[in-house]
Design a protein around this ligand. Structure first.
Ligand code: PEP
Ligand code: MG
Length: 755
């Protein structure tokens, strides 16, 4: 570049001039024309051009230096030329010898032959490049870092101005793709059932436009430093806080975080943005966009995690700048669908979770804490939606289908209508389930089936009444550990169990002891990496090898159940001796309570979960020892079919409604009867009406399921003739098919079963 490079002061002048131009009364084209003249002059560039995306091409909208009649004539296809490259990568391109670059695309009408050096930066918003800002010079040279930053800053301001329409309708020049307008259909994974129609609320919103350019950089820098101080001292407080409250791993995480927060280069880059004339919020926002883009571009999971950490830090800083702990959270209208890359359970609560209609996540996992909380609160949630956050703007209409995992953005009116009809149908069914609520589950031919609830949080206990279940058949105690930042203390555990028992009243509750390991890892507990965690050190295996944690939990259970029935069951028992050892631990706690003069439970029942196929063939060995059994079909099927339940590639490949799986379940039922052991089914499958037909046909009389399954299963049972179902299902057991789902469905339709 000839002449001096723009200093920070220079870009401040640039920003001021930019604002003057945008605010002056002129039409959009005139504004852009003045803009390129001004940028070229201030940056001492021979050329300055603005390309904006119209349809599928990048069109030259304004230029200083190139031939004027190329404006609106020069169009580059997506990915074409250096401009296409900048838009595609959403990164600056800084080259000294542009004509020799392999992507250079020569356009004679522009007369750009003599320009050697090229600096192009994307005009991005929400990670969507909808234009490119270019400066060019005759001499061959690489532009300095300051210059790149200055041009990026201008591009950012330009992006906000064009996209928001706040400074005259630049977008009216053409169908510029500044705001995502098109309807889109995204396929994700259903994490929590429900059908929500509402309006997008961004979990991490953009810095507000009005505050992009600051009039008083010194004051702005002071504001930034204050906010930095605040987040650092907040994090330091966490690190140095109650040592009992954080254990090894979480301290490490926090310390890394503190280190990042104290990183000078992170701070310097933000400060330089502010000195260049940006507001503190906009300066952070710019860095945040870069961290996000880098996280999206890297394949290395460690690098990605690091960029996510940095982005979290940027978010914290943005919130601190906005003032107040949760000031980043907007007031939520009643029709909000929250859009986030990822969300923690506590953050979900921050929103006053019951006000949210739905949550859509770019990442997330069905077993993640937030998904568990969403299910407990009855909020529809869909996750694993590719590039979600860059495709939605605040205020967009959104339909979120927590049944199929589909999300519609800015849907057409007929799509909205179709979903509204489905919603109406769902509420009709919900009303029908409510009517069934107080009736027992009973088949047409009079067979009584006990329907129980799967639960994991104190919140779930309210669903007992709502759903019309007869008790809690599976209380997943590890959820308390998973939603907590630190290891729950004895008192906290006792309190939870006591609350659940109280909420359940006369209805029985079966507490499943900690089922950790596998996919359920606690951030605050050190764990060794295993090659096959699902087949590794998990559940009761940890409990028996390191009994302190389990004993602690059993103590809390014994204490909470004073004077009441206590039902405890152990996960993933594989051999009878494992069960004996675990049971001995319970008895020891009961004894200990007695010795202390505590009342202890009125009755004790101890059971084993059948999740390991080996135990399914050793039921006789539990006779007289266990009080009951419960089949965890989620795990039993993953081990039976050797297919990871959490891996979408194989999780749905094999069907529980297949002859081998049904034969296994039939055998377990028979062996349990022979051993005088009551047996229930408590995997997710129990809550699906078609599966429930098969289970009842095989003789199961106790099914435990998510709250959403109780109504549908009860309704199905009322229309089912159990004897006919038994005949039909038994006749399918010799089929050579991989699945008899179709046959069971045909049976249901033939015999008028409501599904
Ligand atoms: C199961 O495995 O079926 C079960 C009920 O336990 P979880 O889903 O908690 O592993
Ligand atoms: Mg299990």
């Amino acid at each position: 570049m000839t002449g001096p490079s723009p200093s920070l002061g220079g870009s401040r002048i640039l920003l001021r001039k930019l604002r003057e131009i945008m605010e002056a009364g002129a039409d959009a084209q005139q504004r852009l024309d003045r803009l390129v003249v001004m940028i070229a002059a201030t940056m001492v560039a021979d050329v300055c051009s603005i390309y904006l995306k119209r349809g599928r091409v990048y069109e030259l909208f304004a230029t200083e230096g190139l031939k004027a009649d190329a404006v609106h004539r020069t169009k580059l296809k997506e990915g074409e030329g250096l401009v296409g490259l900048v838009a595609e990568t959403a990164r600056p391109l800084n080259i000294a010898d542009a004509p020799r670059h392999e992507r250079f695309s020569y356009r004679p009408e522009t007369g750009e032959d003599p320009y050697q050096s090229f600096l192009g930066v994307p005009i991005v918003r929400s990670e969507r490049a909808f234009g490119v800002l270019v400066v060019q010079n005759k001499v061959a040279r690489t532009y300095g870092e300051d210059e790149v930053e200055a041009l990026q800053t201008i591009a950012m301001v330009l992006a906000e101005m064009v996209a928001s329409g706040a400074y005259g309708d630049v977008a009216a020049l053409g169908e510029i793709d500044a705001r995502p307008m098109k309807p889109e259909r995204l396929a994700g994974r259903a994490f929590s059932d429900g059908l929500a129609i509402g309006v997008a609320v961004l979990h991490e919103p953009h810095a507000p436009l009005g505050r992009i350019v600051a009039d008083d950089p010194a004051g702005e820098e002071a504001r930034l430093r204050q906010a930095l101080e605040r987040i650092r001292s907040d994090i330091a407080e966490l690190v140095n806080g109650d040592p009992a409250a954080i254990s090894g791993v979480s301290r490490e995480v926090l310390e890394t975080f503190l280190m990042l927060a104290s990183d000078a280069s992170w701070e310097n880059r933000i400060v330089s943005g502010v000195r260049a004339g940006l507001s503190a919020d906009a300066a952070v926002e710019r860095i945040r966009a870069e961290h996000r883009a880098k996280a999206a571009a890297t394949r290395d999971p460690h690098m990605r995690a690091r960029f996510h950490d940095l982005e979290d830090l940027d978010n914290r800083l943005l919130r601190a700048l906005a003032g107040g702990e949760h000031s980043g959270r907007q007031a939520i209208a009643g029709d909000a669908i929250l859009i986030a890359r990822e969300i923690g359970p506590a953050e979900l609560f921050d929103y006053g979770a019951r006000q949210l209609r739905g949550v859509a996540l770019e990442e997330g996992a069905p077993t993640a804490h937030a998904a568990i909380v969403a299910r407990a609160l009855g909020i529809a949630m869909v996750g694993r939606l590719p590039n979600l956050t860059s495709r939605v703007e605040a205020g967009d209409a959104v339909i979120l289908d927590g049944e199929s995992g589909e999300v519609r953005l800015r849907p057409e009116s007929d799509v909205v209508k179709a979903y509204e009809q489905r919603q109406a149908l769902r509420s009709e069914r919900a009303a029908e389930f409510r009517r069934l609520r107080d009736q027992p589950a009973i088949t047409k031919d009079g067979a009584r089936v006990t329907l129980l609830l799967n639960a994991g949080l104190a919140l779930d206990a309210v669903h007992l009444e709502e759903a019309g279940a007869e008790g809690i058949g599976l209380f997943r105690t590890e959820f308390q550990f998973m939603v907590s930042e630190t290891l729950p203390k004895l008192e906290a555990q006792t309190e939870l169990y006591r609350n659940v028992l109280q909420a359940a009243g006369d209805k029985p509750v079966t507490f499943r002891t900690l089922d950790l390991g596998g996919d359920k890892v606690l951030p605050y507990m050190a764990s060794e990496r295993e090659d096959n965690p699902a087949l590794g050190w998990r559940a009761i295996r940890i409990g028996l090898d390191r009994p302190a944690l389990l004993r602690y939990q059993l103590r809390a259970l014994v204490e909470a159940a004073e004077g009441r029935l206590l039902r405890v069951m152990f996960p993933l028992v594989t051999t009878a001796p494992e069960f004996d050892a675990a049971k001995a631990l319970v008895l020891r706690e009961v004894e200990w309570a007695k010795k202390r003069g505590a009342q202890g439970p009125a009755n004790l029942e101890v059971g084993a979960m059948i999740e390991a196929p080996a135990l399914a063939f050793a039921i006789d060995a539990l006779k007289g020892k266990a009080n009951f059994l419960s089949i965890g079909t989620n795990d039993l099927m993953q081990y039976f079919f050797a297919a990871d339940r959490g891996n979408p590639k194989v999780a749905d490949r094999y069907d529980i409604l297949s002859p081998p799986a049904l034969r296994l379940l039939k055998r377990i039922r028979e062996d349990a009867r022979a051993a005088d052991l009551p047996v229930s089914i408590c995997g997710e499958a129990a809550g699906r009406p078609l599966e429930a037909i098969a289970f009842v046909a095989l003789g199961y009389e106790r099914l435990s399921m998510p709250a959403s399954g109780v109504g549908p299963v009860k309704r199905m049972l009322a229309s089912l003739d159990r004897r006919l179902a038994e005949e039909a299902v038994m006749s399918m057991l010799d089929s050579a098919r991989a699945s008899v789902r179709g046959e069971i469905l045909a049976f249901a339709q033939r015999s008028g079963v409501s599904l």
